[in-house]
Design a protein around this ligand. Structure first.
Ligand code: ASP
Ligand code: MG
Length: 408
């Protein structure tokens, strides 16, 4: 939704789907840069704008888009009607700037659809029981779209964005990265939370919970591209059952390589090893509202052990402060902090049914001479913490080792 020209293109795309007989609800986000502009405007008034009023301001970006898109459609002869979140209504809680959708009343929308309208509903917006306007956090239009699709039991939710799908890893790090045709909700959550920022994470959680097939596809293609072709482009985020067919089973065991540089490691050296030690170390961290990710406790020698965990770099200083208190209390010998670490993960539902996947990962890293500092595993993911200067090397090597590189 970058310019009037782009909005007319969106209308052409919508008209194409409508002409093919689909009932459509369109959820536009603000014109590009608009939300940032509105936030800076608020910050020029005060460095710490009231969150209720900030939502009042930021929600306006989507209102403009929705109205303009409805006009563009009408100008092309397609009956359309736009609504703000509160008019539907899309009810949310009252955590302004990061509200969560609670319910969507589909009455008006269904009636309009039946009467042949394309319904346009602002993304990003909700309304509280008290009638206050809320927004759903940055990138929240993704979640609005999935939630509307869930409420209407839509066939598919198509998210047109500035990338053409979900890749096996970030193509800026591995130029050979490939676009995935399909990925499960679970895998997408792991990929998204580990740094491939294609969709708002909450929208993927929502899609998984309400089983909304969601397709990520490019908004930059020709709007008049044949519908059949467009409908199969991008990446479909879907249920595991959809992967049971033969061609997909032959797909690689690992679907993608995720990574994050936003990691820091803290080690408590020489901790007396007795029951309750993990709680005494990590309890205060949790109380300080700091998220802990990977955790390792070594086997003890002579009644003492070392205990390590990772946090995000932004919370590192705070976590270190907390550890100073813990150290004094437990009589631990030393605290070692390290912000030069990163996390690299292999992700794939194929790991559930294949053994030896993790060992392939470890062999690959050892062949590159990369030392693994910590390991954590789940059913569909194995992560390692390594020195951050090796991150790109590790990602590229793993991408190749698991056969994810594009054929030359
Ligand atoms: N306009 C909002 C933002 O920029 C919501 C969205 O685009 O998804 O974060
Ligand atoms: Mg967005």
């Amino acid at each position: 939704m970058g310019s009037p020209e782009r909005i007319k293109n969106v209308a052409k795309r919508v008209a194409k789907w409508k002409a093919a007989g689909y009932q459509l609800v369109v959820v536009p986000s603000a014109m590009s840069g608009e939300t940032n502009r509105l936030i800076s405007l608020a910050k020029e008034i005060t460095s710490d704008p009231d969150s209720r009023e900030l939502d009042m301001v930021c929600a306006s970006g989507e209102q403009v888009s929705a109205g303009l898109l409805a006009m563009a459609l009408k100008a092309q002869g397609v009956p359309a009607k736009s609504y703000c979140g509160w008019q539907v209504p899309i009810k949310s809680d009252n955590s302004f700037t990061k509200a969560r959708i609670q319910s969507i009343d589909d009455t008006k929308v269904r009636k309009d659809l039946k009467e042949g309208f394309v319904v346009i509903i602002t993304g990003f917006q909700g309304v509280t029981d008290e009638g206050d306007i809320t927004t759903l956090g940055r990138g929240g239009s993704d979640t609005s779209a999935v939630a509307v699709a869930a409420a209407l039991k839509a066939e598919e939710c198509l998210i047109y964005t500035d990338v053409d799908g979900v890749y096996t890893t970030d193509p800026r790090v591995v130029p050979e990265a490939r676009r995935l045709q399909k990925i499960t909700f679970e895998e997408m959550l792991e990929m998204a939370s580990l740094g491939s920022r294609v969709l708002q994470i909450r929208s993927v959680e929502f899609a998984g919970k309400y089983r909304v097939k969601t397709r990520v596809l490019s908004s930059l293609t020709d709007p008049l591209m044949p519908l059949e072709q467009e409908a199969n482009s991008g990446t479909l985020i879907t249920f595991e059952e959809e992967f049971k067919d033969k061609d997909i089973m032959e797909q690689a065991v690992v679907s993608g390589i995720a990574f994050s540089r936003d990691e820091a490691k803290i080690t408590l050296v020489g901790v007396p090893d007795r029951p309750g030690i993990a709680y005494q170390i990590l309890g205060p961290v949790a109380e300080a509202n700091i998220d802990v990710d990977v955790i390792i406790q070594n086997t003890s020698t002579n009644g003492f052990t070392d205990f390590s965990f990772t946090v995000t770099r932004t919370e590192y200083a705070k976590a270190l402060e907390v550890m100073k208190g813990v150290q004094a209390h437990l009589g631990a010998r030393e605290i070692i902090g390290d912000t030069k670490v990163c996390k690299v993960s292999i992700v794939g539902i194929g790991m559930k049914s294949h053994v030896g996947v993790a060992s392939t990962m470890f062999r690959c890293l050892s062949e590159e001479g990369i030392n693994i500092q910590m390991i954590s595993t789940s059913e569909i993911k194995t992560s390692v913490v390594i020195e951050d200067k090796y991150m790109e090397l590790a990602v590229r090597a793993l991408h190749r080792a698991f056969g994810l590189d594009q054929p030359a």
